[in-house]
Design a protein around this ligand. Structure first.
Ligand code: ADP
Ligand code: MG
Length: 368
């Protein structure tokens, strides 16, 4: 989606990605099929690219800092490094005065001592790095369970977080220019199923203006405190009493901002491009209420026991008004894998929701 945005503005794009079947690589003008740390591939980027960004937060930060010696790199390597590691990320929230979940950093099984973690139970043990879509996470009810889970994760560094009673989940996407100018997309309300984003609604139906403004202010504060350049997404929990708790950050365009392609006059990918090349950042405007449905690989299987993939009935869904279907061109459908998304736009939020609900029925997705 970033490649398409850049090409629309006349740029040519090179993608460094080892996977030969990478959708971004297929869309790019040049696909450098090499590891993220490959010296020759990085030298090509340093020589030929006017600027460099990343769409994946687990690119080794050293690769980004090496490129930053000769080219503008956004987001900065140091900020990416913070977001790569849950313990560093929590420390950054604390340092910026942004409330986050009560937690403990777990370096060894001994850190999961009953007395030390009693106040965090029941909790969620999360691997500090490389987790996504709820992977590398397990709910634990006792210190014994926590230690067993830690060992099952291979004793890698973890964070134990108190499991909070979530009332709602929201996210805020901000874009910050090299000069410190900040703009943001409207606050998104997100529904996760099994730890994976399922539905995003904008405007957020259950979030009042004051809470939304507070979330934007906290996300902006995070971007300032990281001296961030680029698009940053901050996910928040909303507790029943209206308290906001920062969950995690993504140093890149985020799944909960994909609706902005079809519902805003400037998308998160357009914002990323502008911050990268130093172009102006006018405030994006939501021109249509929107509902985004993630399309996971499960849709490619008729039922839980089937092993042969089929193509979902796209023509039926595309007969609905205001449906924007995005399929990423991934070679293989797997359960739980993000294969695409669809955004419904309409003149009003009630219609967007009603049409999105019709789409869920046609696709066999649960209602929301
Ligand atoms: P990921 O990197 O997989 O997105 P998250 O930390 O965002 O990991 O967790 C995924 C989802 O799991 C969250 O969106 C939320 O629904 C749930 N979750 C995570 N942490 C907590 C928590 N401390 N309390 C309650 N639910 C949580
Ligand atoms: Mg998350």
């Amino acid at each position: 989606m970033f490649v398409h945005e850049a090409q629309t503005l006349g740029f040519r794009v090179a993608v460094l990605e080892p996977d030969p079947g990478s959708p971004a690589g297929a869309a790019a003008d040049i696909h450098l099929r090499a590891p993220y740390t490959d010296a020759a591939a990085l030298a090509t980027l340093a020589q030929d690219a006017m600027a460099v960004t990343t769409e994946f937060e687990n690119v080794p930060a050293e690769a980004l800092s090496w490129l930053a010696r000769s080219r503008p790199v956004a987001p900065p390597a140091a900020a990416v490094q913070v977001c790569q590691h849950r313990a560093r990320e929590k420390a950054a929230f604390v340092a910026a005065g942004v409330p986050c979940a009560p937690h403990a950093v777990v370096a060894a099984a001994a850190d999961l001592d009953v007395a030390a973690i009693a106040a965090l139970l029941p909790g969620i043990l999360k691997t500090a790095s490389l987790g996504y879509d709820g992977k590398g996470q397990v709910t634990v009810h006792s210190a014994d369970e926590a230690r067993a889970a830690f060992l099952r994760f291979g004793s890698v560094p973890c964070v134990l977080e108190k499991r909070l009673p979530l009332h709602r989940e929201i996210s805020v996407i901000v874009a910050r220019g090299a000069d410190g100018q900040l703009v943001h997309l409207p606050v998104q309300q997100n529904l996760h199923r099994d730890g994976i984003l399922a539905v995003t609604q904008v405007p957020a139906p259950d979030i009042d203006a004051a809470l939304a403004a507070e979330a934007v202010a906290l996300a902006s504060r995070m971007a300032d405190s990281l001296a961030y350049v680029g698009v940053l997404c901050v996910e928040f929990f909303v507790l029943a009493d209206g308290t906001l708790v920062a969950n995690e950050m993504a140093p890149r365009p985020h799944n909960s901002g994909h609706y902005s392609i079809d519902a805003c006059d400037l998308s998160q990918f357009g914002l990323q491009l502008r911050t990268l090349v130093g172009w102006p950042l006018p405030a994006p405007r939501l021109h249509s209420p929107a509902v985004m449905l993630n399309l996971l690989g499960d849709l490619w299987f008729a039922d839980a026991s089937s092993t042969t993939p089929r193509t979902p009935d796209w023509p039926a869904v595309l007969a609905l008004p205001g449906v924007h279907l995005h399929l990423y061109g991934k070679a293989e459908a797997r359960r739980g894998r993000k294969m695409g998304h669809l955004t419904v736009t309409a003149a009003d939020a009630a219609t967007a929701r009603a049409v999105a609900l019709q789409a869920t029925r046609l696709l066999g997705l649960p209602a929301f």
